[in-house]
Design a protein around this ligand. Sequence first.
Ligand SMILES: [Zn+2]
Length: 93
Amino acid sequence: MERGGQTGVCCDDALTPGAYLTDEVIQAVLERQCHRCAGCNAPLAPGSTHFDLRQPVICGGSPVTENFTALCPFCHRNLMRRIRERFAGHRNK
Ligand SMILES: [Zn+2]
């Protein structure tokens, strides 16, 4: 109903920056982090590596290589939860 303006950026959109995640970016990020998780420093296994933006686009971040971070599934889930909670707080349910 009330869909004026651009304020309602969907959370899931911001949390799945897949469109910006090219092979080049993946390689650059993995090399920068020596193939280790940015959260817990665990070695990242191919196939269970999650990529995300350290600073979500909706928080002013840019989808550039420097802003991407590689995480293990555990840390990625934690990060998503933190971001979700942040936005949930804004909406106040
Ligand atoms: Zn981790």
